[in-house]
Ligand binder design. Structure first.
Ligand code: FES
Length: 150
């Protein structure tokens, strides 16, 4: 049976993982982070690692500062996802699961963002954009790039 302290540590594990990931310029949880969090919360390394690997919001690999997730499910596919993805790939010079050289963007493919009513859709960090045209997608990415350089 788990003690109250153990239960509290497990409850705070996900928020701690998300916070550490945000604090990492490469937007991921490193081996060192896993060890440190396990020690701080008095949890096993395997518990921290399994939680980190379970949630798609958490990465154990370095990623760009901004995550672009393009929906690849059928409704978005039928609504023009390929053209949107192609425009983004050309603009940034990266394919799916790649990161720009400057470390600013990682491009990922996901099954559904829950925004099928506004296909094609993509999510950039915590925000979902829908009814996208290639031009819309480029405007969004260029605006984020401009904000970063200010
Ligand atoms: S199918 Fe694209 S958001 Fe659901």
């Amino acid at each position: 049976m788990k003690t109250t302290i153990e239960k509290t540590a497990e409850k705070s594990l996900l928020p701690v993982l998300l916070e550490r990931q945000r604090a990492n310029p490469q937007n991921f949880i490193s081996e060192e982070d896993v060890n440190r969090i396990a020690e701080e919360l008095n949890l096993s390394r395997s518990r921290v690692y399994s939680t980190a690997s379970f949630y798609s919001e958490i990465s154990l690999q370095p990623r760009g500062r901004h995550l672009i997730r393009i929906c690849c499910n059928a409704p978005c596919g039928n609504a023009g996802k390929a053209a949107v993805q192609s425009a983004i790939s050309t603009e940034l010079g990266i394919a799916i699961d790649e990161t720009t050289e400057d470390g600013l963007f990682t491009l990922e493919s996901v099954n559904c963002l829950g925004a099928c009513y506004m296909s094609p859709a993509m999510k950039v960090d915590d925000r979902i954009y829908g009814n996208l045209t290639p031009s819309d997608a480029l405007d969004i990415i260029r605006e984020i790039s401009r904000e970063q350089s200010r």
